[in-house]
Design a protein. Sequence first.
Length: 340
Amino acid sequence: MPRESELLPIIDKLAATCQGTVKEIVSLLVCEDETVLNYLFAKALSVKKAVFGQNIYIRAIIEFSNVCHCCCCYCGINRGNQTVSRYRMVPDEILGLAYEAIDAGYGTIVLQSGEDMYYTKEMLGEVIRGIKAYDKRVAVTLSVGERAYEDYAYWRACGADRYLIKHETANAALYQRLHPGHRLASRLDCQRQLWALGYELGSGFMVGLPGQTIEMLAVDILLLQKMQVSMAGIGPFIPHPETALAGAAKGDTGLTNKALGITRLLLPHAHLPATTALTVQGGRAEALAAGADVIMQKATPAAKQQLYEIYPRLVKEEYSLKEKRQLLLEQLESLGYIGV
Ligand code: 5AD
């Protein structure tokens, strides 16, 4: 195990060059030395502040359908889970929620669903155009999984700005085990298509997946760089009781924060959310201190949020969207940030 005197220069090198090797990244991911970790997070924070100042970007996410044709082993809404009641919102309903979020001050609307082919490219196109017609300054992010190139192109032409499609794990064998019938190569093809169409590309991965090694995590981080992503969501795996991985151990939040901090050094300009999975039991301040610059808030009505349970989490919505945003702005201010 490298000593402190060897690890601090590695952090400096990563920050100065935005380059790192698997070996260097692994040495930081396994490090438990407090001095080294404090140095890593302080460096990540200063890189974030040099790029974004005090800003933390707040997004509204609308989870418009929990129907999914995939059977990802970790996901609570995978198609094999018979205990979930499924819902789909019609375009007007989605638009109503989007308008409410825009009126409440949110500048980005994220439209997310399971992989649900019920939504034709025209249906989602109508939603994208509706949002842009309501307020052209609002950014539209899609997160609806693997679709045909022509769908991606059509939505881009309708005005969609960004697309989230995580690689989840960069290890092809592990990817295939966790996503029966799906391949990492196809996922990366989708990412390349989206990038070429001019979307701001969002990727990301889970930390602590059963069968995942620390070396694989280092490769995950390097893949973000290779794919030239604009955004990356990094969150711990949380076992869901109605999945094949119900009995597996959950991912470590400390390790996730290290991965976040290293990613910040290698991709200074990327938007890195304090993922919901990471902050589900508190820990938002730690994620922000490790280099995260984005927070997503749910604009999905509480009853439907409950049915969109990718991983177990408590849904309690006591506040309106506007109040939620206000509370977050105040919390961020108390941490020395400006919510935008
Ligand atoms: N634990 C943590 N994150 C999960 N996701 C899906 N299932 C889980 C889980 N059990 C993440 C994936 C996906 C995003 C929508 O949620 O990274 O891309």
